[in-house]
Design a protein around this ligand. Structure first.
Ligand SMILES: Cc1cc2nc3c(=O)[nH]c(=O)nc-3n(C[C@H](O)[C@H](O)[C@H](O)COP(=O)(O)OP(=O)(O)OC[C@H]3O[C@@H](n4cnc5c(N)ncnc54)[C@H](O)[C@@H]3O)c2cc1C
Length: 410
């Protein structure tokens, strides 16, 4: 009977536990997880910040989940050391756990900004439900917030605060938020929609200091200007949660590199979710697509492989569906391709209907899309990208609003 160990109770870890148990009902199965809240939906925490969802609605599994699954759950403990030679980990409470097969599903940690004053109250990252609870407690009295970064998390934080009537200044490098998800034209439309609701965007400036006595009262910018604010949200991206790995024990790049079975460079040690770097479907190279459906699928597949049922992981695909006030957005795949002849980019904008569409093709195959305003046909386009099927129609026809997309799928 192999002893299984899973690190992390995000969606990748949870799905792995379930997959292992469905294939191996009896072997010892241990979970070590830093967060002691029941497994919950991380993408929904910004709705809690917004006040649109009570925190009690976040959990995605019942409180007795671990017991029912026969999992020894060491929650509220952090793995601080992994010894691959001894096949053992140690936690911050001194607990030692040996394993035969290990899954690292420890997700990612937010990058912080180490400028002077970064320890003042009122400066937050948005990653865990505990951080959101702390942010909500700080909200009364906040009239202006500063959001650092315009990626998915910075965008979601800004959106949640704007929805509550708080003025938000966003400091970003590219001229618009969501620059990883959309192209500049869609980005400009999104920025305009956010500005209509009180967002101020500053491009090309950084925070050089946080000012205040106990709580943040202002930020000082790299150009010397001071912005008064009562809250700061740091959304400067994430780094894989691998602090417990000894240097060079496992092959890493932007995440832990895994093969087609999600096994790391160490025999019997697998990785899944935001911490893992697996093959990207449209890029054809290893990539970290740090999104929920990817983590969920990888968790399931890694769990099956751990339990001895070989399952090949085809690859991940970045994708998102987002509502920005009255504007729907759907994106997938490679939306800003490298400047090469064999990529074709088609766009269509209808200002009257308020829609925008961008499709990216590579050798007659759809590899990326941005739909803004109308996203109903997105499901078919997503399936086309995922299946990598060559298009049998003139790609221009995909821009026609009345085109029957279902006809494209066999
Ligand atoms: C605000 C926000 C909004 C998002 N919105 C979307 C969205 O709209 N759509 C989408 O697809 N994705 C979204 N995401 C991303 C999505 O939430 C993640 O991709 C997904 O949760 C990753 O799951 P995971 O299981 O890999 O990692 P995580 O959910 O990060 O779980 C990892 C767990 O491991 C624990 N851990 C870490 N280190 C250790 C250690 N040393 N010892 C023990 N435990 C450890 C952590 O505490 C954590 O609980 C969003 C993320 C955030 C933060």
């Amino acid at each position: 009977m192999p002893a299984y160990l899973v690190i992390g109770n995000g969606i990748a870890g949870i799905n792995a536990l379930e997959a292992i148990r469905s294939l191996d009902p009896r072997s010892p199965l241990t979970l070590i997880a830093e967060e002691d809240f029941p497994p919950y939906s991380r993408p929904l925490i910004s709705l809690v910040l917004e006040g649109a969802l009570p925190p009690e609605r976040l959990p995605i599994r019942p409180p007795d989940f671990y017991r029912r699954l026969g999992v020894r759950a060491l929650v509220g403990q952090r793995v601080v050391e992994l010894d691959p030679k001894a096949a053992r980990v140690r936690t911050d409470r001194g607990e030692q756990v040996a394993y035969d097969r290990l899954l690292i599903a420890s997700g990612a940690h937010p990058r912080t900004v180490e400028a002077p004053g970064h320890q003042l109250a009122g400066i937050f990252c948005l990653r865990t439900q505990a951080q959101v609870q702390a942010m909500r407690a700080h909200l009364p009295g906040v009239k202006r917030a500063v959001v650092l970064g315009g990626g998915l998390v910075g965008f979601k934080a800004a959106y949640a605060l704007l929805r509550q009537g708080i003025a938000v200044t966003m400091l970003i490098r590219s001229p618009h938020p969501l620059s990883q998800q959309v192209d500049p034209e869609a980005g400009a439309l999104i920025r305009r929609e956010l500005e209509r609701h009180g967002l101020e965007v500053r491009v090309g400036v950084e925070v050089s200091a946080f000012l205040g006595s106990k709580a943040v009262e202002a930020v000082e910018l790299s150009d010397g200007e001071r912005l008064a604010c009562q809250m700061v949200v740091v959304g400067k991206g994430v780094r894989p949660a691998v602090d417990f790995l000894p240097p060079e024990a496992v092959r890493t790049d932007s995440g832990i590199l895994v093969d087609q079975h999600l096994q790391t460079s160490l025999e019997g040690v697998y990785a899944a979710g935001d911490v893992a770097q697996a093959r990207d479907l449209v890029r054809g190279q290893p990539w970290v697509n740090a999104i929920w459906p990817v983590a969920a699928e990888q968790g399931m597949i890694a769990g099956a492989n751990l339990a001895g049922r070989p399952v090949v992981y085809r690859g991940s695909l970045g994708r998102n569906v987002i509502r920005i006030f009255t504007l729907d957005l759907m994106t997938a795949g490679l939306v800003n391709p490298p400047r090469q002849d064999d990529y074709q980019v088609l766009t269509h904008r209808d200002p009257r209907r308020g829609t925008y569409r961008r499709l990216v093709l590579h050798r007659q195959r759809l590899v990326g899309m941005v739909l803004l305003g109308r996203v109903e046909q997105g499901g078919v386009l997503l399936a086309l990208i995922q299946r990598g099927l060559p298009l049998e129609v003139d790609p221009q026809r995909l821009l026609e609003p009345t085109f029957n997309f279902a006809s494209l799928l066999p």
